[in-house]
Design a protein around this ligand. Sequence first.
Ligand SMILES: Cc1cc2nc3c(=O)[nH]c(=O)nc-3n(C[C@H](O)[C@H](O)[C@H](O)COP(=O)(O)O)c2cc1C
Ligand code: SF4
Ligand code: SF4
Length: 247
Amino acid sequence: MIFYFSATGNSAWVAHRLASLTDDTAYDIITLHTLPNLQTAKQIGFVFPVYAWGAPEIMATFAKKLPKGNTFAFGVCTCGEDAGLTMKQFAKLYPLDSSYSLIMPNNYIIGSDTDSKEVISSKLTLARKELAQIAQEIQQQKRTYRVHEGSLAGIKSHLANFGFNRFARSTKPFFVTEACNGCGLCEKNCPASAISMKKGNPLWNLQCYQCMGCINQCPQQAIQYGKSTIGRHRYTIQPYLPKEEQF
Ligand SMILES: Cc1cc2nc3c(=O)[nH]c(=O)nc-3n(C[C@H](O)[C@H](O)[C@H](O)COP(=O)(O)O)c2cc1C
Ligand code: SF4
Ligand code: SF4
């Protein structure tokens, strides 16, 4: 059983590929209303994006509540560059036998523009190879820690992560341009239920996960976050996947 959280598809793709390569099932924790029977699990997996060198709050909460057992457990975090101490911290919430990070296209367009199309494609090609290896190790129930922590991992995962969760998750800078056609997709897809449509326009509650789902997925590219996202590209994984890898 592989549990995942994903805003722009990277972690969903990883979870579905791992499930297919290890003959298992991937579950999106957002749409999962009742837990599958954990007693029947041959393995427990967690796949999620790195947010400011830590796990997303929603995945941390899920893992903390999940009943613990003796089943082999692994975690894979996806990140644009480096993961810091994400997996070591996560393993305190749910003990892991093996941990991995996977470099994937960047979706944090508040911080910088998306990767170029060439970089996106080459990251996905590398990730495909790495996933085949990870799947093999998982099937062998190999205990390992292969995480690209990057520099200053402790400072990033403690101080910077604290700052992100405390101050950076404000929705105040979100606004829509006249390109918004009121389709309601952002409201429907927000994992934090932080968006509600009022008179055909989305309005944001005070705080959210800052998953970047709404801003990257809007079909009209009508959502901006202050001035920082103006003129930047948008990213979701789907256009880069061949038919057989769509989920
Ligand atoms: C709020 C936020 C913070 C992020 N922080 C990091 C980070 O600390 N290190 C990193 O390498 N990538 C970071 N990223 C990039 C994502 O981890 C990466 O693009 C991930 O694969 C997106 O996964 P998803 O498509 O499943 O949502 C961040 C993205 C977001 C939205
Ligand atoms: S997804 Fe985009 S176009 Fe649709 S309601 Fe939201 S902001 Fe408007
Ligand atoms: S408001 Fe947007 S960025 Fe925030 S949690 Fe919802 S979809 Fe993600």
